[in-house]
Design a protein around this ligand. Sequence first.
Ligand code: SAM
Ligand code: SF4
Length: 334
Amino acid sequence: MDKTTIHSNAALTDPFGRRIEYVRLSVTDKCNLRCFYCMPKDFRDFEQPEHWLTFDEIERVIRVFTELGVARLRLTGGEPLVRKGITELSSRLTALPGLSDLSLSTNATLLKKHAASLHEAGVSRINVSLDTLKPERFKEITGGELQPVLDGLMAAKEAGFTPIKINMVAMKGINDDEFEDMVGFCLQHGFTLRFIETMPMGATSDDATDHYLDLQTVKQQLAQSYDLVPGVMPGGGPARYVQIKNTDLRIGFITPISQHFCETCNRVRLSVDGTLYLCLGQDDKVELRPLLRNGITDDELKTVLIDAISLKPEKHEFNNKPDQVVRLMSMTGG
Ligand code: SAM
Ligand code: SF4
């Protein structure tokens, strides 16, 4: 058996028996919003353009990942739609034979312009961050305007994305009076709703933890207004779902803090500068850019990726060491 055959049969399995089949790719660390829990208002320390992986480099790394069994990819950031040529990149990635699912996480501010072309390029599923339906509050949380986000969401619906998931970071004293309103909005438009617990990420950790809300509380609050039954979401990832009885609305709870889901983690993250992060909440990483720019062969790259997966830590430690992570979410690719 030659080396190529050995590699193509090798699944990426980490030391804890978890099969890695999903990559989150941060195509930029820049963003046109400044959600206070994600990026400091005056943050400008972005990666230099010459360090960004080019589309050729991204396509190559993802192709090699697919040859090792990765079938799903999510484009994220920063805000992925601020990277020029994102539709072209999407088309190139969906053309990879091993890739069966390309999805996108976005703040939707630029989605109106891009929705139809992204759908045509083969992006199938889309997650949109939306923490409030009140324009003034949206401004306070993100520094931006709500209306373009709502326009972007409607354009995504019209373009035929399915499902469209709304990601709402649940925050005490910030938006905890809007959970029912968001349920109503998602019911009206056929969106899936997911609540997220704030995580202590980078320099924003004080703000994030100040407003932390255990999602059990949110579930209990919703149960007073709605008849919640257990729900399932195909490809739902770490969210635990319920459904409102007699409706199609699924509500997911992503609880990295109160009930971590590390034992089923199936993903790694590739940042815009070509750093492969093995865990959102740990520093273990492998720098791929220097290798890519120094003539590594595909077979050598496969070996590097297989070795990298052996470094994947068992779990994050947001609870015991909340100050440990120095990276912002926008750097790692949330
Ligand atoms: N800009 C895109 C967006 O907002 O969807 C993609 C990148 S953003 C970093 C991905 C997700 O991370 C968003 O849903 C956002 O709410 C979440 N996020 C960012 N910082 C977070 C934090 N400290 N705790 C929990 N979620 C966070
Ligand atoms: Fe930008 Fe997304 Fe971070 Fe908000 S959560 S600042 S939209 S990257």
